[in-house]
Design a binder for this molecule. Structure first.
Ligand code: G6Q
Length: 550
């Protein structure tokens, strides 16, 4: 297997680096030709403008060459066709099958997975309609008013982000709540706001062993049983989404209330399955299907469009070039849409859990950068917080701006103001403000030469800070589905080029076991060996909880 940094095009890109490290984006825009026309494309009503990156024809030629060096087309086909590409767990990776609206067979180990997916979708539809129409009743005969999702990580972030993002499309027939971490304040707040006779708990856990989820699920179950006094109430108020039916049953979930999650769906790619039930209940099943359709449209684009016209491939290549050229270690995502406030956190998990890897697929250490730190915030609010760093800080952070042509909640000229900020920021990051421009501005304000010389350095913006802008027609279920799939595939492409295993998560698995030994020590006299710091923290915590004499 060819190693990335031994490939021909990688070598060519390395040779281009010194020249382009001197190149300012302003200069590229001053060259003949329209960069926007050349370096933007539209897919399913999403515009991707990547012209404000240090991209030129020779660079693109070698970046696309890299995709061929690393056999990207074959890897894409292997994923869509159900090969066991998650090598360390010997699993297929088939979130794309969950939204395969064409329904063509997808084979895993000689079995077509589509019939099982369609059965679960039918079951979801039925449940969603029953809950939303008031036909699913609690133990006391009253309809459900609140759905509480109990899950963490991939079993929480997706449904939480999408319900928030698409709030404008909900009819608020059913309220949805999310409990993820084990802070008692979280679950207590939710339980205090709902009625035991009218709540539906969804225990969302692929493994049904995640301690945080299990603790919260047991607390919710005890709360319900204390209120109802009857075991039978569980059947009316608890459903589960899991690949571990025996444990879900042992918990007390009625078998007919267990929805299936397959081992070929990674947690962070799972809300397209029954993990998406909170979304479907909140918005209605038709809207959930629109979300799937948008993702499917992006899947088709990704699978069949030539690499040079392929939005996820281009986004991935621009990211790889930025990490090579600028040694960019992070990537900020800035939605100019308050509904997408949780989108950066969602992509942060998808990207960092997938591509935060240090060895290649053969287990050999890699000596090039892999996945960057992903972070972000609602752009408009970020402007008044950390944008100072983006404009004038010493660390260069490539940016993804996300906005929409039309608002899903129009109000006066709010939307135009919002988007004008989005465009202005990307322009300013690219152009900067030179010494000549700053001095001219200050002179026009009547400042003398000495004062200008003192102040000007502080007001200079170097610019040359790259960004992509993604513009949706409108934030709605279909476009959100497509946008998420775009990022999912970008992550996949980068993983293939870096030759890493994007679909396992051993770092998360480690975290799931770490706390257990310490938990035993916090609640008993058990004592394990630890370093001085950890020992000190445990002892301090235990001592501080003892009643004091004073
Ligand atoms: C996602 C990760 C991780 C996982 C959670 C919850 O890809 O594997 O975030 O989703 O740890 O796991 P369970 O669904 O098994 O409770």
């Amino acid at each position: 297997m060819l190693k990335l940094n031994q490939s021909y095009h990688w070598g060519q890109l390395q040779q281009l680096l010194p020249r382009y490290r001197q190149q300012h984006l302003r200069e590229l825009f001053a060259e003949p030709g329209n960069r926007f026309e050349r370096y933007s494309l539209e897919v399913d009503n999403i515009l991707l403008d990547y012209s404000k990156n240090c991209i030129t024809e020779p660079i693109l030629t070698h970046l696309f060459g890299l995709t061929r060096d690393m056999n990207l087309p074959a890897a894409v086909e292997a994923m869509f066709s159900g090969e066991l590409i998650n090598k360390t767990e010997q699993r297929a990776v088939l979130h794309t099958a969950l939204r395969n609206r064409s329904n063509v067979p997808v084979m895993v180990n000689q079995t077509d997975v589509m019939p099982a997916i369609n059965t679960e979708l039918q079951r979801m539809r039925l449940l969603v309609e029953q809950v939303r129409n008031g036909d699913w009743v609690g133990y006391s005969g009253k309809p459900i008013t609140d759905v509480v999702n109990i899950g963490i990580g991939g079993s929480n972030l997706g449904p939480r982000m999408v319900t928030e993002a698409l709030r404008a499309y909900a009819d608020d027939r059913i309220r949805v709540h999310f409990i993820s971490n084990v802070d008692g304040a979280d679950i207590s707040r939710v339980l205090a706001s709902i009625s035991p006779g009218q709540v539906l708990f969804i225990v969302a856990s692929k493994t049904f062993t995640t301690t945080e989820t299990m603790l919260n699920a047991h607390t919710a179950r005890n709360w319900l049983l204390a209120a109802t006094g009857e075991q039978i109430a569980l059947k009316h108020h608890f459903i589960a989404v899991s690949s571990n039916r025996p444990l879900a049953k042992a918990f007390g979930i009625a078998p007919e209330n267990i929805f299936t999650l397959w081992d070929w769906v990674g947690g962070r790619y799972s809300f397209w399955s029954a993990i998406g039930l909170p979304i479907a209940i909140y918005l209605g099943f038709a809207q959930f299907e629109a979300l799937l359709s948008g993702a499917h449209a992006m899947d088709q684009h990704f699978r069949y469009q030539p690499l040079e016209k392929n939005a996820p491939v281009i986004l991935a290549l621009v990211g790889i070039w930025n990490s090579l050229l600028l040694k960019a270690q992070s990537q900020v995502i800035l939605p100019y849409d308050a509904s997408l406030a949780s989108f950066p956190a969602y992509i942060q998990q998808a990207d960092m859990e997938s591509n935060g890897k240090h060895v290649d697929r053969q287990g050999q250490p890699v000596d090039y950068a892999t996945g960057p730190i992903i972070w972000g915030h609602s752009g408009m609010d970020g402007q008044h917080a950390f944008y100072q760093f983006l404009h004038q800080g010493k660390v260069l952070v490539p940016t993804d701006f996300i906005g929409s042509v039309a608002s899903s909640v129009p109000l006066g000229n709010h939307h135009e103001q919002l988007i004008s900020n989005c465009f202005a920021q990307s322009e300013a990051l690219m152009n900067g403000l030179s010494e000549v421009e700053v001095s001219a501005q200050l002179k026009a304000q009547g400042m003398d030469a000495t004062a200008i010389a003192k102040l000007a350095p502080h007001k200079i913006h170097a610019g040359n800070r790259p960004s992509n802008t993604l513009l949706l027609q409108r934030l709605e279920p279909r476009s959100l589905g497509a946008l998420i799939a775009l990022y999912e595939h970008k992550i996949m492409v980068q993983g293939v080029l870096w030759d890493i295993c994007s679909f396992d998560q051993w770092g998360v698995a480690l975290g799931k076991t770490l706390a257990q030994a310490i938990l035993a020590e916090l609640t008993s006299t058990t004592c394990h060996r630890h370093d001085d710091s950890t020992r000190g923290l445990i002892d301090y915590f235990k001592a501080a909880r003892q009643p004091r004499d004073d």
